[in-house]
Design a protein around this ligand. Sequence first.
Ligand code: GDP
Length: 302
Amino acid sequence: GGSWLARLRKGLARTGQSIGGLFVGVKVDESLFEELETALLMADAGVEATESLLAALRARVKKDRLEDASQVREALRDILAQHLAPLEKPFPLDAAKPLIVMIAGVNGAGKTTSIGKLAHAFQAQGASVLLAAGDTFRAAAREQLIEWGARNDVTVIAQEGADPAAVAFDAVNAGRARGAHVVMVDTAGRLPTQLHLMEELKKIRRVIGKAQGDAPHEVLLVIDGNTGQNVLSQIRAFDAAIQLTGLVVTKLDGTAKGGTLAAVAAGSQGVRPVPVYWIGVGEGMHDLQPFVAREFAQALIG
Ligand code: GDP
């Protein structure tokens, strides 16, 4: 239904001064563009995306001789949707069997919640799911996953104190042996300080490759939509270590940083524009939705 879209819209409306509000009862003049610039920067769209969006908007206003603020708002929606479109990509659930999906993200980003939502969604599509509790450093994370798996009839491969890469290796083999459709490998979001997270993740990726004959089919990074511009360095670091294939952006139901994805699409700060497979719009099981650029632009601009 439309309820999650409403929640996304409500969440993104916190984005600075609601961008849509800037168009109400105003003339199309330089001060409107200045206010838009401020609002986009406050929404963490970043300098590159903000400049490029506003340049495109100015050109459109001139070319189409737009005189009405509501027409300009529609034009901005359209331009933003085009700008975000390269990030839109359906998740290729049937690309392999089992599809091996490695999932990374810093603690608190919403990784465990998103894995649960994804397992649920995949099962609803008729796919059998196997989970690997690769965060062997956090006992609570492992237990949470095991408990969740038991409730939802999903097999969870876990081993207390084991090497995470070994758990991943076992899970891939178990997934093969059982004819699972999807194997999702959870990973740690933080390590005991003397260990290096990126080295750990590289090793897991490598070992999955050995079990699998190649590499994980999908390597996802879960990011908190509230993180703002720091998301760019996060994506860059994880991408360099484990070659991301997609993003899951959580907590968009309550963020003032809704412009971050515009910065990702613009390749700001040297980030590779990694596709956004899903967005999180709440804590419930169904609150994970495919990313659709046009819907997102509409929710952001109002
Ligand atoms: P992890 O440490 O990355 O595994 O994070 P968790 O999955 O435990 O999530 C951290 C917190 O964020 C929990 O309270 C979740 O309920 C919450 N959370 C996760 N995704 C969303 C979302 O899309 N929206 C909201 N509002 N909360 C979320």
